[in-house]
Design a protein around this ligand. Structure first.
Ligand code: SF4
Length: 332
């Protein structure tokens, strides 16, 4: 029988929990005292590694298009039939979004595209955006799988890193092979890009063992950050029928994820942003503008998306201060 006090002691000694310990903690009732103790320890570690300062990163979408990768949880998946036509923003609009985020104090700025967006175009727009930002502003790409040469081109264009995840049930709930996702992560890292990642998108059907394996996978490549994000049901889709986990369950998974990461991983994310996540050890939220794979609105700022300011408010409500300046997560 495992003992929570022992596991907390183990974490306090700077140690990463084992797979068995992670599975055990994920199996505790979400509303029991032991879970709250784990959340308290996770937020303690998150504060320790980030000097008590949370970060807010902001993403804008470069395009919106029905995507043939068919990730069943994504509103861009062709068969989900949410968006039937494609659109993309101009380089001028991209620059305007990025400058707005910089002005609002986002600690990093992300450019997102769907998997099929022409890579050459992304590089062109990325260079244009980079040229307009302050040199110290951190620029990150959230795009499809890439080979080593394209990863190098991203680095050369001035991106500090990428967001990339091996999603839950990759290859089953998506048409992308898990190996391809892993290969891209290796390519990005080899090209000198720092990779941020997450255990996502968590639904009620995922077992504690599956979650533990993903937590351990994210820890295995020393990312900028890990974390946990729940699946948001896209109305009318098959996956929506599976429902969603509660915010408290998500906070529990976020907390356990923190205890499954080495201290060299500073960031711990949850999405969508919420105070329960922040008190469970999330020290990092995303603001979003434009298309969003969890929304059915073309402009998520009019839908589910949070702003830099509202993310800051959620942290303040959770007694977190905000880091001012370029993200520390990508300095690896
Ligand atoms: S998550 Fe990305 S790759 Fe998958 S369907 Fe959506 S846009 Fe395409």
């Amino acid at each position: 029988m495992m003992n929570i006090t022992d596991l907390i002691q183990k974490s306090r000694g700077g140690n990463v929990l084992s797979r068995d310990e992670i599975v055990y903690l994920l199996g505790l009732p979400v509303d029991c005292e032991d879970t709250f103790r784990i959340m308290a320890e996770a937020v303690r570690v998150s504060r320790e590694v980030s000097g008590g300062k949370a970060e807010v990163h902001a993403q804008f979408a470069v395009n919106l298009a029905p995507c043939s990768c068919e990730c069943m949880f994504c509103s861009f998946a062709k068969t989900n039939n949410v968006f039937t036509s494609a659109m993309e923003i101009t380089p001028e609009q991209a620059v305007a979004h990025a400058l707005q985020f910089e002005k609002e104090g986002a600690n990093a700025i992300y450019m997102m595209t769907t998997a099929m967006y022409p890579f050459g175009k992304l590089i062109e727009i990325g260079k244009e955006v980079r040229a307009h930002l302050k040199p110290e502003t951190v620029l990150v790409a959230n795009i499809g799988d890439q080979n080593f040469e394209d990863a190098q081109r991203l680095k050369d264009a001035g991106f500090a890193g990428v967001y990339h995840a091996l999603r839950l049930r990759e290859g089953t709930d998506t048409k992308i092979s898990p190996e391809k996702r892993k290969e891209s992560i290796r390519n990005f890292k080899e090209a000198g890009l720092v990779v941020g990642t997450c255990v996502e998108p968590v639904g009620p059907e995922h077992t504690n063992e599956e979650l533990a394996d993903k937590i351990i996978f994210t820890a295995s490549f020393d990312p900028a950050y890990s974390g946990a994000a729940r699946r948001i049901p896209i109305p009318g889709t098959r996956m929506a029928q599976l429902g969603s986990i509660s915010e408290l369950r998500m906070a529990q998974i976020v907390a356990v994820t923190r205890l499954g990461m080495p201290r060299s991983v500073i960031g711990n994310c949850t999405h969508e942003p919420c105070t329960l996540g922040a008190i469970g050890g999330a020290n990092f939220f995303w603001a979003e503008v434009g298309a969003n794979p969890r929304d059915i609105k073309e402009k998520t700022e009019e839908g589910r998306g949070e702003s830099v300011a509202s993310c800051g408010t959620l942290f303040k409500e959770s007694a977190w201060d905000i880091w001012e300046g370029p993200s520390r997560f990508f300095k690896k």
